[in-house]
Ligand binder design. Structure first.
Ligand SMILES: [Zn+2]
Length: 445
């Protein structure tokens, strides 16, 4: 395959480069001008070519919760938004990925469904540690890209770690050379505030008040302190508060944010209601501007979607307390960053590539195989037409979920083609071009 006449985002460059890309046997074999001599020529004139997006935080719910999402629909949705690699969370499937047998069981199901490449996170909860770590924990740690943990959780089979348990987990992970990921909201604050505000209302503002800025900042400060003391390798997922990002940036801990925290605030939550219910919730005005700034200056490492759809009924329970938290976000992740970050001048080209692809690949040991357009790396590419404006319509999502807070938003830059290892997996005119099972399981270095 040769991708001809596109403007290409090469690693570390702030200007687009007019080079052709030759992909042979799934790998980038040559970058140069006027390449010829291949059967398959992809004309990319007028288009921007980026390394395939990496969405390092999705809940594809498979197996176990496939009424909400499955690996086929989830990965198709990602592909339609220029994502070529996802990393799936361990806790929203049955069984959860807490030991090697569970991982194999899950892999046996999802390997047949993925249309793009994927990695998995393992999980550690009080339940999974009840009898000590599983015998095969080291083997598990070599197959997963990190371990997800929670300071607060409503999941019956995957509950929160207390600070003492969390310290032990950081020590164990250090011994194994593993990364710990944390959902950081303070249990004691949120539980008490939830009791209090549940009695007073069932509107978005009540839910926000149960998990305000302080709930995240307290948890992040505690987690950072423990990680620094232990020397553990910690990553905080879905940071929604500017102050939390500042605390993380002053330490060796890394973090991600999500498009909804960059785009929306509590006023939007009051207006939109349930479609924008996420955990953590969006915060007060002022946070999102600073999150953009920190994303641009490097204090926030990368962006993920936290893709978590549900059937429409899950968003229509007539109470914000019981409505499902989450929405399908993997298909809008890269288009959002391209339109609102790069096209609006908030992110340089180089920074767009870093936060949408390269940095997650580096953090989880997939670089340089993933995350860069360089000779020898996987031929994972996305072609974007920067002149096409389109409107987000949840009904057209390839996910099982169709409710999005981005509904009706106009984005500049349309994904025209998504290529994984030299094969077109999605094109804008014809849709998904491969069967489930094309996607490969990725392990660390
Ligand atoms: Zn999540």
């Amino acid at each position: 395959m040769i991708i001809k006449n596109g403007k290409v985002a090469l690693p570390g460059k702030d200007e687009l480069s007019p080079v052709d890309i030759r992909v042979v046997d799934g790998k980038i074999a040559e970058l140069g001008e006027d390449l010829t001599g291949d059967d398959e020529i992809i004309e990319a004139r007028g288009m921007i070519v980026l390394p395939g997006g990496i969405d390092p935080h999705v809940h594809f719910d498979d197996p176990g919760f496939t009424d909400r999402e499955d690996f086929y629909h989830g990965s198709c949705c990602s592909a339609s938004g220029g994502i070529t690699t996802v990393i799936d969370m361990p806790c929203t499937s049955i069984p959860p990925v807490t030991d090697l047998d569970n991982l194999r069981e899950k892999l046996g199901v999802i390997e047949k469904k993925a249309v793009i490449d994927f990695g998995l996170f393992g999980g550690i909860s009080p339940q999974s540690m009840a009898g000590g770590y599983p015998d095969n924990f080291r083997e598990l740690s070599e197959l997963v890209l990190g371990f997800k943990t929670y300071f607060i959780s409503v999941m019956e089979f995957f509950s929160a770690l207390n600070h003492f348990q969390f310290r032990g987990v950081l020590e164990k992970a250090k011994e194994l050379g593993a990364i710990i990921l944390l959902h950081a909201e303070d249990l004691s604050y949120v539980n008490a505030a939830t009791d209090y505000y549940m009695k007073r209302g069932k509107a978005p503002i009540d839910y926000y008040r149960s998990r305000p800025e302080a709930a995240e900042v307290l948890a992040v400060a505690n987690a950072v302190e423990l990680a620094e003391e232990v020397g553990g390798d910690l990553h905080i997922v879905h940071v929604s508060t500017a102050r939390a990002a500042e605390i993380i940036a002053s330490s060796s801990v890394t973090c991600e944010t999500e498009p909804h925290y960059l785009q929306f605030d509590i006023d939007d939550f009051i207006r939109l209601g349930s479609p924008l219910k996420t955990t953590p919730p969006v915060k007060k005005p002022g946070n999102k501007e600073r999150l953009w700034q920190y994303l641009s200056d490097g204090r926030i490492n990368f962006v993920a979607s936290d893709h978590a759809p549900c059937p429409a009924s899950g968003k229509e329970t007539a109470s914000i307390w019981t409505d499902y938290a989450g929405f399908p976000g993997s298909g809008t992740l890269l288009p959002y960053l391209f339109s609102e970050g790069y096209m609006k001048g908030r992110l340089s080209l180089r920074r767009l590539v870093e936060v949408a692809s390269e940095n997650a690949a580096r953090r989880y040991g997939l670089y340089p195989r993933k995350g860069a357009i360089e000779v020898g790396t996987d031929g994972d590419l996305v072609l974007i037409d920067p002149d096409r404006t389109w409107t987000v319509e949840g009904e057209k999502f390839l996910s099982k979920g169709h409710i999005t807070p981005f509904e009706g938003m106009e984005l500049k830059g349309r994904v025209i083609r998504t290529i994984v290892r030299g094969t077109t997996v999605y094109d804008a005119d014809r849709g998904i071009r491969v069967e489930g099972g094309y996607g490969r399981f990725l392990t660390g270095p």
